[in-house]
Design a protein around this ligand. Sequence first.
Ligand SMILES: [Zn+2]
Length: 286
Amino acid sequence: MTVRLNKILMKRWKHFFSRGMILVMAVFMSSCARLPIESIGCPPREMVVPTLTRVPILRKDVYHVAAPGETVWRIAKMYDVDIKDIKRANRLRNTKEIEMGQRLIVPSAASLKPVVTLYPSKKWKYIIIHHSATDVGNALAFHGYHHRRGFENGLGYHFVVSNGTKGKEDGQIEVSPRWTKQQNGAHCKAANMNNKAIGVCLVGNFSDGRVSQDQMESLVYLVDRLRRYYKVPLKNIMGHGRVHGAQTECPGKKFPWTKFITGLKNARRYYGDRLIKEEHGDARKY
Ligand SMILES: [Zn+2]
């Protein structure tokens, strides 16, 4: 389970807990507080927590708009549900039927978790960070925009990290078809980076705005996995504007590089090696 997922769970748990505690405290105050605890056998406060977490509050039906290249398999993994349940709820005859932009119901969905698949490859030597230079956006919107700009395969990045706009959660990692098909990027012509660099785009404009905490945590999580798996040295992780020959200030003057790099250096402590072992690529599943 990722730090981000833990955070989401904590947020929801805290919300529930804050309401639940009022009830718990009311019971506690009425039955226990006036007598020594030992004499009436009230459970210690810690015992309250597992009781609350057993309540199935985290799952709910959600709508999901399919991003470019997203499959039912991927959506099922993202929400920790069975493929069959998505098929049944949406009356899909097969899992190849969905199209980008299609609105699907995901029954009894858990909190969203990132599904970042890793494919064996010697191609990826750099990781380039971009911003969208827009206040809002998601993979689907950028896909259309890049198509209109004449990019043959649409969305030019390999990953998009959301800022919580256009129906996506803050910090949600969207995986581009260019990644699942292991295609060249269309995000940085300079220094031939499109052939050898993984392109990651954060939604937002960091010439003015700030990277949210959730976005930064997801970026660190994503880049940490990628750099360890593909053995990309820290010096090869850079902003678009730092690529030799690039004429841009992308990802923006206010992008917090020190925070990002410090996060990467500390990531192993947070995530350990287990993430590298998860969900290794199997292109047939996508
Ligand atoms: Zn850029």
